[in-house]
Design a protein around this ligand. Structure first.
Ligand SMILES: [Zn+2]
Ligand SMILES: [Zn+2]
Length: 367
């Protein structure tokens, strides 16, 4: 017959989550195997407390247990923590780095994955729009092939660390606490390299420059991120390499601007073109397009040319090109042009086209 989880943790059935956590913490510190070496009773109590906390520390499991007891938990597929590693797995959140375990029972390091790397790549506006292939030269720490990342001189074996006798942890007394911390000699590895590899000095990594081909798809923009698997820093002791993240930075274009997948372009238009209308050849990011400007176009008007924008990274569908026209007032007029414009103005006045009587209205409103 199992002891009631509440009794194991020494709390009332009505205890709050905080009280349960506190009580478990106290018990776990007291019966922790590092402080009670070779004490079977302490180990059993430690395990029982962990199992109880596994259930009562989890609101869902606690509800099932309150209602249906041990059997209810078994029916939901929960059978208690299987081994010691499971118990250590939730230490991180409760004890922080008190035991120097970084949240897990990883007392000895086996193969370790290499670090992820970041590479910032600048490309031109047109390269981003059309896509481009680049070759990157990456200098990074890569797995040493002489020792395969083990750090050992070929033919030699690692030695058991004499400081911690291979445990990776040492007991330190701090006041009346006895704390287990990572062994400073072997850094928790439990082993030391007495005959280091000549090429990497025992670290398992060497500096290498590697060329990486990168195919950048059409439509990327500043901030686009590409992940190159296993092109990051090399792993140690047979661990896999990390990944390489390439962050794209797109240079500005003199005339084109990106608005998402649309391209914005401002083009100047003469007063006469705007008034009478015209047809223009407009350069686009892909080629060129014809644009009909209707008679009576005002400055600041925009026109949309379908499918002349940037392809979407996801759907490959192209955005549009948006043309904004800037109507320009002529500045260098010759005598004949001035005459014509004056004549034009006189006709306009007679026709009563004084800006729709705007100024007259403005005088009335401001009087
Ligand atoms: Zn050691
Ligand atoms: Zn090496």
């Amino acid at each position: 017959m199992k002891t009631c989880y509440y009794k194991t943790l020494g709390v009332e059935r009505s205890a709050t989550a905080d009280e349960i956590k506190k009580s478990y913490r106290k018990l776990a510190m007291k019966y922790h195997p590092d402080r009670n070496p070779d004490n079977k009773e302490a180990e059993d109590k430690f395990k029982a407390a962990a199992e109880a906390y596994e259930v009562l520390g989890d609101a869902e499991k606690r509800k099932v247990y309150d209602q249906y007891g041990f059997e209810g938990l078994q029916n939901t597929g929960y059978s208690g923590p299987g081994d010691f590693n499971d118990i250590f797995s939730h230490f991180g959140d409760i004890f922080g780095d008190l035991f120097g375990m970084g949240g897990g029972g990883q007392r000895r390091q086996g193969p370790s994955q290499g670090a992820d790397l970041r590479y910032d790549l600048q490309i031109s506006f047109m390269e981003a729009v059309h896509g481009v292939e680049k070759e990157l030269e990456i200098t990074k720490r890569d797995t040493c092939w002489t020792c395969d990342g083990s750090g050992l001189r070929p033919g030699h074996q690692p030695q058991t660390c004499p400081t911690c006798q291979g445990r990776g942890q040492v007991i330190q007394s701090q006041g009346f606490f006895r704390l287990s911390t990572t062994c400073p000699h072997c850094h928790g590895q439990g082993q030391i390299v007495t005959d280091p590899c000549n090429d990497c000095g025992g670290g398992g990594l060497v500096r290498k420059t590697k060329k990486v081909a990168l195919k950048i798809p059409a439509g990327v923009d500043t901030g686009s991120r590409m992940r190159l698997q296993r092109e990051g820093e090399g792993g140690r002791k047979g661990g896999p390499a990390g990944d390489l993240y390439v962050i794209i930075h797109v240079e500005e274009h003199e005339f084109f601007q990106r608005h998402g997948n649309d391209i914005l372009c401002r083009i100047p238009l003469s007063m006469v073109q705007a008034a009478l209308g015209c047809e223009l050849d407009i350069p686009t990011i892909h080629d060129a397009a014809k644009l009909k400007i209707p008679a009576g176009t005002q400055g600041g008007s925009t026109f949309r040319i379908r499918n002349e924008g940037v392809p979407s990274l996801r759907t490959r569908e192209r955005g549009d090109m948006i043309v904004e026209v800037l109507v320009q007032t002529p500045t260098k007029l010759n005598k004949r042009q001035k005459e014509l414009l004056r004549e034009f103005g006189e006709i306009e006045e007679k026709a009563g086209a004084d800006g729709d009587g705007f100024l007259k209205k403005l005088f009335q409103k401001s009087a």
